[in-house]
Design a protein around this ligand. Structure first.
Ligand SMILES: [Zn+2]
Length: 166
């Protein structure tokens, strides 16, 4: 249940955005796979029972997540991919595969926009990404924003893209 990370990355390093992050340790070209999230398939109720928090788990469908099943699996399952309002990675059609959506320089933190996969309406967090387009407050409703839908077309998790297409 160990998440796969590209040999061009290192995860768990201190991030300026939040806690720990995943960073490029060599140039990563647009289109390259950065990481693949692995873990158990869990429902929201199972996660609540485990006492872990939703942001350890990647949402891949309605009430369906991939994540660690116990504390011992935490480090292996975590990709530590932080949110940024100016992301350099996205999903490109697969639910748990993070792909570079632009060239990522050595030393850069690899980041997603959580609007690409988060539709849990109760989720609210502050953003410290520091980009001029920062939304400051990130919520589980951001995927509904038409500007973001246009900006990230083809980069959303498939279950979010399906909802947008409807
Ligand atoms: Zn931001």
């Amino acid at each position: 249940m160990k998440s796969w990370i590209s040999p061009k990355t290192k995860k768990g390093l201190k991030s300026k955005i939040h806690g720990r992050g995943i960073f490029a340790i060599a140039l990563i070209k647009k289109g390259e796979v950065v990481a693949i999230k692995k873990g158990h398939l869990l429902t929201g109720a199972q996660i609540k029972k485990l006492g872990t928090r939703h942001h350890y788990d990647l949402k891949i469908g309605d009430d369906l997540y991939i994540g660690p099943n116990c504390k011992d699996e935490f480090e292996d399952s975590m990709v530590f991919i932080n949110h940024s309002c100016s992301p350099n990675a996205g999903f490109k059609g697969q639910q748990a595969t993070f792909i570079a959506i632009k060239d990522i320089k050595k030393g850069e933190e690899i980041v997603l926009d959580y609007a690409m996969f988060d539709d849990d309406e109760k989720n609210i967090m502050k953003c410290n990404c520091g980009f001029s387009n920062c939304r400051k407050i990130i919520t589980g409703k951001d995927w509904k924003n038409p500007k973001l839908q246009k900006k990230y077309k083809g980069c959303f998790s498939p279950f979010i893209q399906k909802k947008i297409n409807k």
